[in-house]
Design a protein around this ligand. Structure first.
Ligand code: PHE
Length: 333
């Protein structure tokens, strides 16, 4: 049995040890053959024969187990050396996040109006017909409702189509009295989806009401011009264009000279040289009537934040702001 010990000891890999195991301990192995000889051993010697054989088997098993764990350990440390990661090596993977361009633009807008002493009002996203339409001088079946075809929860509740209902909620809030100077940032919803529209987007509403009736269109014009220069730089041109909103009278849409072609005319400004960025006007007397205000004057304005972000960062497709594509977002780090 000397050579069997030899066989185990000389194995230098787990594979050769396995070959030895089968040869020695296998069903058709050497030990099995030895035990088979029992049959031909005379009865009185059987006991002694079996005892010796079992001692031998135990010795070989112990030897085998020891050898096996030795080889396993060696294999493990070998593979650790080969596949190991050196955690002390310099790591250049260092990705910090960034504000989403819509948030960044929103923050810039809020900073401006806070610096001008406007308060910030936030309100609900599910609005009732009265606040979203009726009180804003948009009676049922008014054709202007079509401009803002929206998501109806049922006949009485809609996902708000604009932030203008916050004008109504602020003025009807018993704790608020004129003078009012507020902006209201938040998300709004419309059934649109194309390069310049997504079904959810963000607006900022502005409302200024003076209890002495002294607020005029001149004040509105000043604040919006100052604000737009702050957002887009002093180089841009600004124009006020007569327009229509049910809740303001007179109303104006505000354009800036195209930031892409500097007013020369390009595809993005439809070759007009101008980009529409804002709706505004003096608060319509019917709105004041709806909220129970008398002897006041005021102005209001509203605009989309994504549109601002798009123009500031030259983003060609507004929908890409909501696709969570890292190739876009990484650029704002
Ligand atoms: N609510 C209007 C819109 O969503 C914008 C607006 C607000 C216009 C306030 C005038 C005054 O288009």
């Amino acid at each position: 049995m000397e050579n069997l010990q030899e066989l185990i000891e000389s194995a230098d890999t787990l594979q050769t040890l396995e070959v030895a195991r089968i040869e020695i301990f296998g069903k058709k192995g050497i030990l099995a053959a030895e035990f088979a000889k029992m049959k031909s051993v005379p009865n009185e010697e059987k006991k002694e024969f079996a005892k010796n054989l079992n001692i031998e088997k135990a010795k070989l098993t112990g030897l085998f187990d020891a050898k096996k764990s030795l080889l396993q350990e060696a294999a493990l440390s070998e593979s650790m050396k080969k596949d190991g990661v050196d955690v002390t090596l310099f790591n250049s993977y260092n990705e910090s996040g960034a504000l989403h361009p819509v948030n960044e633009t929103m923050n810039k807008i809020i900073d401006y109006f806070v610096s001008m002493n406007f308060s910030i009002e936030e309100e609900r996203l599910v609005e009732d017909d009265f606040h979203n339409f009726e009180a804003l001088n948009l009676p049922k079946y008014h054709p202007a409702r079509d401009m803002q075809d929206t998501f109806y929860m049922n006949d009485d509740y809609v996902l708000r189509t604009h932030t203008s209902p916050v004008q109504i909620r602020t003025m009807m809030n018993k704790k608020v009295k004129p003078p009012i100077r507020m902006i209201s940032p938040g998300s709004v919803f419309r059934r649109d989806f194309d390069v310049t529209h997504t079904p959810m987007f963000h607006q900022v509403e502005g409302l200024v009401v003076d209890d002495e009736g002294k607020v005029s269109f001149a004040h509105l014009k000043f604040i919006l011009e100052d604000f737009l220069h702050y957002m887009f730089g002093n180089e841009i041109e600004i124009r006020f264009r007569p327009s229509y909103f049910p809740f303001t009278e007179p109303s104006a849409e505000v354009d800036i000279s195209c930031v892409f072609c500097e007013g020369k005319g390009c595809r993005i400004c439809s070759h007009t040289g101008w980009l529409e960025v804002l709706g505004s006007g003096m608060v319509d007397p019917n709105v004041f009537k709806a909220v129970g205000y008398e002897n006041v004057s005021g102005y209001a304005f509203g605009f989309g934040v994504e549109r601002f972000a798009m123009l500031i960062h030259r983003i060609p497709d507004l929908r890409s702001l909501f696709e969570a594509d890292l190739r876009l977002l990484e650029q704002f780090r």
